[in-house]
Every structure is written in C-alpha cells, then in structure tokens.
Design a protein around this ligand. Structure first.
Ligand SMILES: Cc1cc2nc3c(=O)[nH]c(=O)nc-3n(C[C@H](O)[C@H](O)[C@H](O)COP(=O)(O)OP(=O)(O)OC[C@H]3O[C@@H](n4cnc5c(N)ncnc54)[C@H](O)[C@@H]3O)c2cc1C
Length: 375
C-alpha cells in the first residue's frame, strides 16, 4: 500500500487529502500538524466586530479524518531527509513513499520595533487582541499597513488588511464613536493592492478617501515604536498599530535539502512538483510557483494547487505521467463588515463589482458551504 504523508492541516493540506482519497480509496494517508483543526483564516476579519468568535473559525477535524481514513500525527515538522522520504518532527519520524508539503508561510518579523504591532493574520489570538484593544480605547489613532517580501512579490497578504481597515471604520460608526478615532493606512507600495488589478487600486484608495482614512504610501518602512510608525519619509503617531509583514518559508525548511526561491519558499514547477525531488510536491503558501506576478497567496489558489499536487503525486507513484496543472485565478470579496467588493482576475480578465450588501452575505454563505466539508 502506498504511504503518503501530508504536512499541514490548512486549506492546501486538507484539499490534498480529499483529492488523494477521491483518486485512491486504499492509499495510507498520514497528516502531520500541530493540531487536528482547520483555522478558517478568511473569517478572522470578523472577530474584532464580534461577528465571529473563536469557536466559529476553528473547526475540529476528528470527523473529517475518520471519514477520509487519515492517520493524524500530532506534531510540528522540524526537518526532512532521505530525499524527502523521512519527515522529522518534534514527536518522532514519519516515513513515506510520497509527500505533499502544505505547511503555509511565516511572516518576516525583522523590522525594528515589530513587537509593537499586531500581525492580525497570525491567527485567532491576534484578531482577538485587536478586538480587545479597540474595545478598551476611548479614541486615538489606529494605523493599518502591510508590506511584502521584496524577493518574493507574491508572498504578501494585502486583501485582509483592507478588510480589517474598512471593517474597523464600519464598527466604529456603528458604535457611534468614529469621530473620536483617526484611521491611517500605510504601505511602502505606492499602489497597494496592485496585484488585485489596476482598477482595484483606484477603487480601494477611493474607498479610503470616502471613509476619511489618511494614507501614507510609497515610503520604505523603517521602524515602529510603541506609539509611532516611522518610514523613510514620515513618522506619525499611532495608539494601535496593525501591520502585516511579507511572508517567507517555514523555519523547518532550513533543516532540509528542499530547493528554495530567493524569497525562501519551496521552488516548484507548474505541476507543483518540488524541483529535483522524486514524489515530493508542495501546495499553497509554502510554495513558489511559475506564473504571473499577480498570482495570489490565497486559500482558493492553495486549493487549486493542492488538487494538482495530489493528482500528480498519485500519477508519479503509479508510474504514469504527472501532468496536471493548476489554474491561476484570484477571487476575493473585500469585505467591510456590511458590504463587499468582489474582485476576480485570471489570465484573460480582471473584473470588479461595486460594494454591495449582497457580496457581504455571499462571503458569509461561502464560508458556511466551505466549512461543511470538514465538520
Ligand atoms: C485574515 C485573512 C483573510 C484571508 N482572506 C482570504 C480570502 O478571502 N480568500 C482567500 O482565498 N484567501 C484568504 N486568505 C489567505 C488564505 O487564508 C491563505 O492563503 C491560506 O490559508 C493558505 O493555505 P495553506 O494551506 O497554504 O496554509 P495555512 O492555511 O496557513 O495552513 C498551514 C497548516 O500547516 C500547519 N503547520 C505550520 N507549520 C507546521 C509545521 N512545522 N509542521 C506541521 N504543520 C505545520 C499549520 O498548523 C496549518 O495547519 C486570508 C488570510 C488571512 C490571514
């Protein structure tokens, strides 16, 4: 029986499991992750307003693993050896005939004073911290910003920062205290959100203007202090700093012979196969893939890559041609707690629908349908 190991219980890891099981009823699947839980990160944006709570976002996977006949190995991966055949963890070693790496990304926390900023995309704890800090404040300045990884242009998470920003504006208005707060948006990019498409930048900046949000764009970040954001051109006071740095590869990649991109992610081809390694595939935020410079680090992309990775791994193990490719597609709803702007981009088209209440509800409906598979 083929022994397949999947690292990670996020979007890519779980989609890989579903696809593997769909294609092969008998293979042995072992999934390694620190917890048997899916954290539905796109809904973190609703924690500060109370629209979602911790238990809405964290889905226990015991039922799913039972249905999919997955052996869950609770551990954090610490390294890889024997050309990918042995995974080292903090809870023993796991051997495999084939491997799919889907352990997500890591945020680059090098900026001096980064400890003064909350990185909301790190998970539920961080989103709850934002909720509690805003609730405690009587007024003041809240600064929101994001940056990228200059060596890996796709490894950034801008969309959710617009959502935290607009969502906070909506929340403060609903609470009747928006006039007591100044909201500021900053980014070293002169055109933040450019990867969503040229039309989106104008729309998002227009939305900031309409919501009376001050912007500081195009200046390289220098540092944070407890109550200050410092860029090469300006510095401004901030009582709460919410900042998303760029992303790079997981720490454990350093303890392996995995080929790395300049930005630190695992180098793969259009079939999600890790360069120069047999039966080793990567999907989602962990990988660096060939494609257009706007290829997003998104759950949707992670799912598409994971399907291709699972199909190709089984083909390779069966001695067949592993030629499945993934579609490059960006689809997101930039939500502001009561409305949503729908943006999509593929190799042929880039469309954007104006902000509507319907799109907010579409995002909530999509969450419900997506999570049903794992409950
Ligand atoms: C606030 C927010 C909003 C977002 N909104 C959207 C959206 O609207 N639409 C969209 O498509 N995308 C959205 N995204 C992006 C999306 O969530 C990510 O791109 C997606 O989670 C990537 O999936 P992944 O499987 O590669 O990694 P992850 O989902 O990060 O999963 C990684 C898994 O690996 C595990 N892991 C980590 N390290 C180890 C280790 N050493 N050993 C074993 N396991 C390990 C983790 O515990 C986790 O289970 C959003 C993200 C955030 C944070």
């Amino acid at each position: 029986m083929k022994k397949i190991t999947v690292i990670g219980a996020g979007f890519a890891g779980l989609t890989a499991v579903r696809e593997l099981r769909k294609q092969d009823k008998d293979c042995e699947i072992t999934l390694i992750a620190p917890r048997a839980e899916l954290h539905y990160l796109p809904s973190l944006i609703w924690i500060p307003s109370g629209l979602r709570k911790r238990e809405d976002i964290i889905v226990p996977l015991d039922n799913f693993f039972r249905r999919m006949k997955v052996k869950f190995h609770q551990a954090s991966v610490t390294g890889l050896r024997d050309a990918g055949r042995t995974v080292e963890t903090d809870n023993g070693e796991v051997s495999n005939d084939g491997l799919i790496i889907a352990s997500g990304g890591r945020f680059i926390k090098k900026l001096p004073g980064i400890e003064h900023a909350i990185t909301p995309c790190e998970g539920v704890d961080a989103a709850e911290k934002i909720r509690d800090r805003i609730a405690q404040m009587d007024g003041g300045t809240i600064a929101f910003g994001f940056a990228g990884n200059p060596k890996e242009p796709s490894a950034m998470r801008g969309g959710p920062m617009f959502e935290f920003l607009f969502g906070t504006d909506t929340l403060l208005k609903k609470q009747g205290r928006r006039d007591k707060f100044k909201l500021v948006f900053f980014s070293p990019a002169p055109k933040p959100g450019n990867r969503l498409g040229p039309k989106a930048v104008g729309k998002l900046l227009g939305e900031m203007k309409r919501r009376n949000i001050e912007t500081h764009l195009g200046h390289k970040m220098k540092a944070f202090e407890s109550n200050k954001v410092i860029t090469e051109a300006v510095e401004f006071a901030a009582d709460l700093i919410i900042f998303m740095p760029g992303m790079t590869g997981n720490k454990w990649f350093d303890n392996s012979e995995l080929p790395r991109s300049e930005g630190g992610l695992i180098k793969a081809n259009q079939h999600c196969k890790v360069e120069g390694m047999d039966n080793v595939y990567v999907a989602g935020d962990s990988g660096s893939f060939p494609g257009p410079d706007w290829m997003p680090k998104q759950a949707h992309m992670a799912d598409l890559q994971a399907e291709a990775a699972a199909k190709n791994l089984l083909s390779e193990l069966n001695g067949q041609t592993a030629d499945a490719v993934f579609k490059v597609e960006l689809v997101c709803i930039v939500d502001s707690n009561d409305r949503g702007i729908m943006i999509s981009r593929n190799m042929h088209r880039n469309t954007m629908l104006p902000g509507t209440v319907l799109m907010h509800w579409a995002k909530r409906f999509f969450e419900k349908m997506y999570l049903r598979k794992y409950r």
